[in-house]
Design a protein. Structure first.
Length: 507
């Protein structure tokens, strides 16, 4: 769902009565692209295009002029040169599981689908890396590495479906990002195609990279700078031992305080997740993993490493949780039980879908010391808007994922949900956090970027974009707002949702 206030949400839909000019351009582009791509790689009918009209952010939809599904890097290079020469916007798309509208089509552009690039090209257990195409799913990398005693650490909840190209675009995280880092910390190099059709590799085999660190710049750039066609990821040895401690608390605030106490004790868990009662109840009904449904909050704390180290950390974490008034404490006794308890957490998002007709998943990050305060403020805002919130998130690094439950069929409820989501993101910035932790900005949080960054910073962002993509053809309108949009968003707040200057251009 979108956190963009409805009054400034752009109309990106493709009209049912498609204009003659649009049909003619679609036919002309398709004809020209047939000289660059096989016929089967070009989707041009509305029936073929509809499945690509949105990603996981379904509140906004748009139909592209065309979808192209290249078979080779050379075809991508030719396509990019054609798009540059004809000033046609290009939106790269992986599995379409993103939750910020990052793959939302441009109605005057084409979708570049990378689904066919789904091969693991190299598995090097000696040097600890895998070289993969962008369409390989996150989980497939760990599955392929497991026989070698290795795995890929970042593990988004959607890892069974999301692709590594999308992970790079959004700098995805997951349960293990507290100890092992986000995608940016686990990628060694990326090979990209620029808008000019050039093939460039950023990153290297060594521990340092001379010159500017463009690898980090590309990671999390949301497809606005180049199109990723190959990724080399770091593989880690599977820890000899992993143990899971599950602690129940009588309040969400007490659980939030316990998170900070664990880190303050010098313990860095492999994962430290928080679930509140609505999420607990939903996950237990779905996964039947043994969660205490009377608990106000649960903390799932995983420790991994050598046996003696893990045993000491389990004892330390248990002592912290007890001191922080945990009402119950449980340590998974078997590997099967550990996986079952994690199944509940990883299935919490779809499980919450059983509690309401719709929900909107927010992604913001705050300092750990602010967890208790922010959770309390969210509870107050939930009551103010009369919209229930289920919390399930990466507590260890302060990456919140409140799920606002609503019914889009009720007039005005989607708008109130968007407004509440925007206020939560602005609260994250207010306490020293950010408007996203791993889902990206896309279209969803573009207004809140105006709250987080000042004019000079946004101007510099646009300068970086122009250096890679002078005409602004790659994923236009995403992630970085224009200064005019920010002026309009600020005016919306001052004038209570009424646009004071209706003549301003819409974005």
């Amino acid at each position: 769902m979108s956190a963009i206030p409805s009054a400034v949400t752009p109309d990106l839909s493709d009209p049912t009565d498609v204009g003659v000019d649009r049909v003619q351009r679609r036919e002309r582009y398709a004809q020209e692209l047939r000289s660059l791509l096989p016929e089967h790689s070009i989707l041009a009918t509305l029936e073929q295009l509809r499945p690509y009209e949105s990603d996981g952010l379904t509140a906004l939809k748009a139909t592209p002029l065309l979808v192209v599904l290249p078979d080779t890097i050379e075809q991508i290079q030719a396509l990019m040169r054609w798009a540059r020469d004809h000033s046609v916007p290009v939106v790269a798309r992986g599995a379409g599981t993103g939750l910020s509208g990052g793959a939302l089509p441009h109605e005057d552009g084409i979708i570049l689908g990378l689904a066919k690039f789904n091969q693991i090209l190299e598995m090097n257990d000696d040097l600890g890396f895998a070289r993969v195409q962008p369409g390989v799913t996150n989980l497939a990398i760990s599955d392929a590495a497991r026989p070698h005693g290795l795995y890929y650490a970042p593990d988004p909840s959607s890892q069974i479906a999301c692709t590594i190209g999308g992970n790079v675009a959004e700098n995805s995280g997951g349960v293990h990002c507290l100890k092992y880092g986000l995608t940016v910390h686990n990628v060694l190099s990326v090979t990209v195609v620029t808008i000019d059709g050039d093939l460039i590799t950023f990153g290297c085999d060594g521990h340092d990279n001379e010159g500017y660190d463009l690898l980090a710049l590309l990671t999390g750039s949301e497809g606005m700078l180049a199109v990723t066609v190959e990724v080399r990821v770091k593989l880690l040895p599977v820890p000899p031992v992993a143990k899971l401690v599950v602690a129940a608390f009588a309040s969400v605030e007490a659980a939030g305080d316990a998170v900070g106490e664990v880190i303050a004790a010098g313990i860095i868990p492999a994962g430290l997740e928080l679930m509140d009662n609505p999420a607990i109840v939903a996950a237990e009904a779905f996964a039947k993993c043994g969660y205490p449904t009377d608990a106000a909050a649960l903390l799932l704390c995983e420790l991994d490493g050598l046996a003696e180290e893990v045993d000491a950390q389990v004892a330390g974490v248990s002592e912290v949780f007890t001191r922080c008034s945990a009402t119950s404490l449980h340590i998974a006794e078997t590997e099967a039980e550990r996986l079952l308890l994690w199944k509940g957490r990883k299935s919490a998002f779809p499980a919450v879908g059983r509690l309401a007709p719709d929900y909107y998943c927010i992604d913001g990050t705050i300092p750990r010391k602010q967890l208790s305060h922010v959770l309390q403020r969210m509870d107050e805002m939930s009551k103010e808007y009369d919209l229930p919130i289920a919390n399930v998130f990466h507590a260890g690094d302060g990456n919140l994922h409140p799920l606002i439950m609503f019914d889009a069929g009720k007039p005005g409820e989607l708008h109130r949900t968007e407004e509440l989501g925007s206020r939560i993101l602005q609260l994250c910035v207010e306490v020293g956090g950010t408007v996203t932790g791993e889902h990206g900005v896309g279209v969803e949080k573009i207004n809140e970027m105006c709250v987080q960054f000042d004019e000079n910073t946004l101007t510099q962002f646009h300068s970086v974009k122009a250096a890679f993509d002078p005409e602004g053809l790659l994923n236009p309108g995403k992630a970085v707002p224009t200064l005019q949009r920010c002026a309009e968003f600020g005016a919306m707040h001052i004038h209570h949702g009424e646009l004071p200057f209706p003549e301003l251009e819409r974005f």
